[in-house]
Design a protein. Structure first.
Length: 393
C-alpha cells in the first residue's frame, strides 16, 4: 500500500476523488434511521427507505460493470455522480415514505455507476503485480471518507437537522467529480470483443465465492447500521457517537493491515476470520445493551468491514483477466448491496415481528453457519479453481 510506484499523479487524484465520493454517501447512513423515525415512520418503513438505496444499486451494478467493459469508465462514472447529486438534493424534500424510497433508490443507482467504473480503473491503471496494493490504497481512502462522514454526521445533524447533511453531501460529491482524472492512463489495455458472458463470469468460483462471502458480512453490516442505533435509543442509551467513532477509527486502521494479513494468511483464509468476527459481534450486540457494547460493536464491525471488501476483491482480481474485470466487479459489488438491503429491509420485517434482538440473532447465526460451510467446503473449491480465460490486449 505504501509502494511509491503506485502513487502517480492520476492515481492520487483518483483515490482523493474516491474519498470524497464515499464521504458523501456515508453522511446519510448514520442519521437517516433517526431522521425517518422523527418523521413518524415505523421500523419496517425505515428499513424499506434505508434498503431502497441498495435495491437501486443491486439492479444497476451488473449493467454498470458491463458498460465499463464496453464503453469505458469515464462516461459511466460521470452519469453515476450526476444521479448521486440529484438524489441527495431529493433527500431534503423527502418527508414521507414514497419520496424517501425514490431518493434512496436513485442514490443507489448512482453509486453503482461510480463504484463499477472507479474500482475497475484502479486495477487497470497499474501493472498486475501492483494490483493488490492499488486496491488496498483505493479502499483505504474509501474508508477515510466513510470514517470522516460517519464520525461527523451525527454532530452535523444536531447542528442543522438535514440541511447541513444534504449540503455536505452535495459538496463532497461535486468535489469527487472535479478531482477524478479526466483521461486516466491505463497500464493494461483491454479488447472489448473478448469479454465473456455475464453468466460465465458470475458462476466462476473465483468470483462467486468471494461475492457470497461478502454478502454474508454485508447482511450483518446492514443490520447493525440500521437497527443498533434504534435498539439502543429504545433502551435510553443515546451515546451513539461512541459507536460511530469506534467504527470510523477501526475501519480506517484495518485497511493499513489488509495487505500484510493477506500476504500472511492468504485472502482465502483471512475470509474465515472476518466471517467469524462479524458473526460473533452480531450475537454480542443482540444480547447486551450497554455503552461498552456500543464501543466494542463499532470497533468489531469496523475491523470486519475494513478487511472484508479488499480481501474478497483481491480474490476476484486474482481470478479474472482485465477484459472481464468490470463485469466481475459489477457482480461482486452487487453482493454487498444485496447484503445490506437484506440487513435493512429483510431485518426490518424481523424487527417489526419479533424485536431488535431477533435481528442480531438471525444475522449472527446465519453468518457463523456460512463461515463453517466456507471453511469446510467452499475454501477448497476456491483454492483449486482456475483463472477465467481472456486476453488483455
Amino acid at each position: 500500500m505504501f509502494n511509491r510506484a503506485i502513487y502517480n499523479r492520476q492515481f492520487v487524484r483518483l483515490i482523493s476523488a474516491n474519498m470524497f465520493f464515499w464521504m458523501s454517501v456515508n453522511f446519510f447512513l448514520p442519521v437517516l434511521p433517526i431522521y425517518y423515525h422523527s418523521l413518524g415512520m415505523d421500523d419496517h418503513q425505515i428499513g424499506l427507505a434505508i434498503g431502497a438505496f441498495f435495491v437501486g444499486s443491486v439492479l444497476f451494478r451488473v449493467f454498470a460493470g458491463r458498460a465499463v467493459d464496453r464503453y469505458g469508465g469515464k462516461q459511466v462514472l460521470t452519469i453515476g455522480i450526476v444521479l448521486s447529486v440529484l438524489s441527495i438534493v431529493g433527500y431534503y424534500y423527502s418527508q414521507t415514505l414514497l419520496p424517501a424510497v425514490l431518493a434512496r433508490f436513485l442514490h443507489g443507482a448512482g453509486i453503482s455507476g461510480y463504484a463499477a467504473a472507479a474500482l475497475t480503473l484502479v486495477t487497470l491503471m497499474h501493472e498486475e503485480h501492483h494490483t493488490t496494493e492499488a486496491v488496498a490504497a483505493y479502499t483505504l481512502f474509501s474508508m477515510l471518507g466513510v470514517g470522516a462522514a460517519a464520525s461527523s454526521a451525527i454532530w452535523l445533524f444536531g447542528l442543522g437537522d438535514m440541511t447541513l447533511i444534504v449540503a455536505s453531501g452535495v459538496l463532497t460529491t461535486i468535489l469527487s467529480l472535479l478531482l477524478f482524472p479526466k483521461n486516466p492512463e491505463l497500464k493494461v489495455k483491454i479488447l472489448v470483443a473478448e469479454t465473456l458472458p455475464l453468466r460465465t463470469v458470475a458462476c466462476h468460483p473465483g468470483v462467486l465465492i468471494p461475492a457470497v462471502s461478502l454478502l454474508a458480512s454485508s447482511i450483518c453490516f446492514g443490520s447493525m447500521m440500521t437497527f443498533l442505533p434504534l435498539m439502543m435509543f429504545s433502551q435510553g442509551i443515546k451515546g451513539l457517537g461512541l459507536f460511530y467513532v469506534a467504527y470510523s477509527v477501526t475501519v480506517i486502521l484495518s485497511r493499513f493491515w489488509v495487505s500484510r494479513l493477506c500476504a500472511w494468511l492468504t485472502p482465502e483464509r483471512l475470509a474465515v476470520y472476518i466471517l467469524l468476527l462479524v458473526g460473533a459481534t452480531m450475537l454480542l450486540a443482540g444480547r447486551i445493551v450497554a455503552d461498552w457494547v456500543l464501543i466494542l460493536s463499532g470497533a468489531s464491525i469496523g475491523i470486519s468491514s475494513g478487511l472484508a471488501f479488499p480481501t474478497m476483491a483481491s480474490i476476484v482480481t486474482a481470478n479474472t483477466q482485465p477484459v472481464n474485470r468490470g463485469t466481475a466487479f459489477g457482480f461482486y459489488t452487487m453482493a454487498f448491496d444485496i447484503g445490506v438491503a437484506v440487513g435493512a429491509i429483510g431485518m426490518g420485517a424481523v424487527a417489526s415481528a419479533w424485536g431488535y434482538q431477533a435481528v442480531f440473532l438471525t444475522a449472527g447465526v446465519y453468518t457463523l453457519v456460512y463461515a463453517a460451510v466456507y471453511y469446510w467446503w467452499l475454501m477448497g473449491k476456491l483454492l483449486s479453481c482456475q483463472e477465467l480465460p481472456g486476453e488483455s490486449g
